[in-house]
Each structure stands twice: as structure tokens, then as C-alpha cells.
Design a protein around this ligand. Structure first.
Ligand SMILES: C[S@@+](CC[C@H](N)C(=O)[O-])C[C@H]1O[C@@H](n2cnc3c(N)ncnc32)[C@H](O)[C@@H]1O
Length: 267
């Protein structure tokens, strides 16, 4: 049996009691932390709580050659991830591989950044369109810096359909955790190059360390938030479409967005 367990958002205490029980009853514990991480805990702290050794898997171990899966044919194996286990990851592929090997699977859910952003920002979850991820720029073989324009296009398309955009920020083992500031710089750079106006007067929401005791949640114009201090990772960005009155009120009264966005709705 292979049980997928979502560990929640920030530290070892975010796991559900069901998840903890399943780990304690497991024969082997595997985890991947390249799609998301519990920034408030170390592996040692997780192992101490579980009373088990946690085997950390690389992207290759999960997506290319998951030989460890064979253990789940005879044993009770758990696979841990940050957040909820099937949100914005390729883990469904792993579940299908297990199914093809005749291994039974089960899911134990955890809190997810996908719903935490609604709670922290006041933006309505049913108003979100396609999500996107901003990757770190990379250097081409000709030595040119390449910035992906896909997230900008996704935001543009969602806005045309009056839908909010959730923008995940890259985690890279060499380049580190992308910040809200870096993400906004990249989007504004693309905008300037293309001469379009998607971000120029956009109110955006930046969130850091959701699930911790001191998350930072700020709303304001993109140029302004690009310079704001969000502190340590993980960070995430939301680019709202036009705002419902309650959403605008939440952004102004809870997140520090300028009062003018509420006044404009009154006119
Ligand atoms: C690819 S998503 C994985 C989502 C995860 N499976 C979940 O359900 O929460 C990972 C990205 O979400 C964002 N993220 C995840 N946890 C976060 C947190 N606690 N606070 C802020 N951003 C977070 C970061 O941008 C990170 O790079």
C-alpha cells in the first residue's frame, strides 16, 4: 500500500492526526521537498516526531525512476509532501504508476497554499482561473538570459476572463526560493519590453510563510509591492482581476491596499 500524505503548510505540527497515525504505522517513510517545503521544520524534527527515518527523494526519484515504489508491493509505505499531496504537483503520475504496478493507494490530505491564499487575502476561491509558476530566469547556450513569458500570458488571459491568478514561485536547488519582489520585477520587465498594460495599474497580493504564526500578507500596486519586505520564504503571489466589493474591502482593511480601490467601486 502506498499512502500519500500532505504535511500542511509550515511546520511539523501542521499534519493531520490521521496522517501522523499512518506514518507511525508505516514500514517505510519517503518524502519529497522539491515541490514545496515546511520552512518551519528540519528533517530531524520531523523524524523525532514520527519516530521514523525519513528517506528524502529527488525529482528524479519521483518523476523518472521511482524504483523505491516496489517497496509498496509488500510493505506499508507512506509518501510525504508539503501542503496537500495532489495540489499543483505531478504526484498523480506517481499514483498511476503505483496502480499499474498493482499497488493500492490512499490519500490523506493536508492544508494547502491553494486554499490558504483565499483565507489570508479575502479573495474568493471560485474566482480563480488557471494558476501559473514563475521559474527563475536561465541562461541559453548562446549566453542570453531567458525569462519565461508564460506566467504573464496566463495573468493576461485570466484578467480578460475576469479571473484571479495564483502565481506559484519557483523553488530551485541552486537558485533558491523566488521572492515576491523577484517575481514582480520579472513580470514588470516583460511588461515594459512588450509595451502592454496588464501589470501597470494592477493591485497584487504577496504572501509569505502562510501557516506560520506570523505570515506576511500585503496588497498594493505591483510597483510598490516589488519594493516591500516580505521576509523569509516561502512566498506566493496573487494577481486579482476586478474586485468584488467584499474582496476590495478585505484588501484595503486587512492587507493595506490603498483606499482608492474601494472608492472607485463606490463611484
Ligand atoms: C508547487 S506549489 C505546491 C503546493 C503544495 N502541494 C500545497 O498544496 O500547498 C509550491 C509553491 O507554493 C508556494 N507556497 C507553498 N507553501 C507556501 C507557504 N506556506 N507560504 C507561502 N507560499 C507557499 C510557493 O510559491 C511554492 O513554491
Amino acid at each position: 500500500m502506498l499512502t500519500f500524505i500532505g504535511l500542511g503548510l509550515f511546520d511539523e505540527k501542521d499534519i493531520s492526526l490521521k496522517g501522523l497515525e499512518a506514518i507511525k504505522n508505516a514500514d517505510m517513510v519517503f518524502a519529497e521537498f522539491y515541490t514545496s517545503r515546511l520552512m518551519g521544520s528540519t528533517i530531524e524534527e520531523l523524524e523525532k516526531l514520527y519516530g521514523k527515518t525519513v528517506h528524502i527523494l529527488s525529482r528524479e526519484d519521483v518523476e523518472i525512476s521511482p524504483e523505491w515504489l516496489a517497496e509498496a508491493k509488500e510493505k506499508n509505505v507512506v509518501f510525504l509532501t508539503g501542503g496537500d499531496t495532489m495540489v499543483s504537483t505531478t504526484h498523480v503520475d506517481l499514483r498511476l504508476r503505483a496502480k499499474n504496478l498493482g499497488i493500492g493507494t490512499k490519500l490523506i490530505h493536508g492544508s494547502s497554499i491553494a486554499s490558504a491564499i483565499c483565507g489570508l487575502s479575502g479573495l474568493q476561491n471560485y474566482r480563480f482561473g488557471k494558476a501559473s509558476t514563475i521559474p527563475h530566469p536561465y541562461t541559453s547556450i548562446r549566453g542570453k538570459t531567458i525569462i519565461s513569458e508564460t506566467p504573464y500570458d496566463t495573468i493576461k488571459l485570466n484578467k480578460e476572463h475576469n479571473m484571479h491568478t495564483l502565481v506559484f514561485l519557483d523553488i530551485d536547488k541552486d537558485k533558491g526560493y523566488m521572492t515576491v519582489n523577484q517575481a514582480l520585477s520579472l513580470l514588470l520587465e516583460i511588461e515594459e519590453r512588450r509595451g502592454e498594460g496588464v501589470m501597470e495599474n494592477a493591485i497584487v497580493v504577496g504572501i509569505a510563510r502562510a501557516g506560520s504564526d506570523e505570515p506576511v500578507v500585503k496588497a498594493g500596486y505591483a510597483h510598490y509591492l516589488r519594493e516591500a519586505d516580505f521576509g523569509d520564504p516561502l512566498h506566493i503571489l496573487v494577481v486579482p482581476a476586478s474586485l468584488h466589493f467584499i474582496e476590495a474591502e478585505a484588501l484595503v482593511k486587512l492587507l493595506g491596499a490603498p483606499q482608492e480601490i474601494l472608492d472607485e467601486l463606490d463611484d
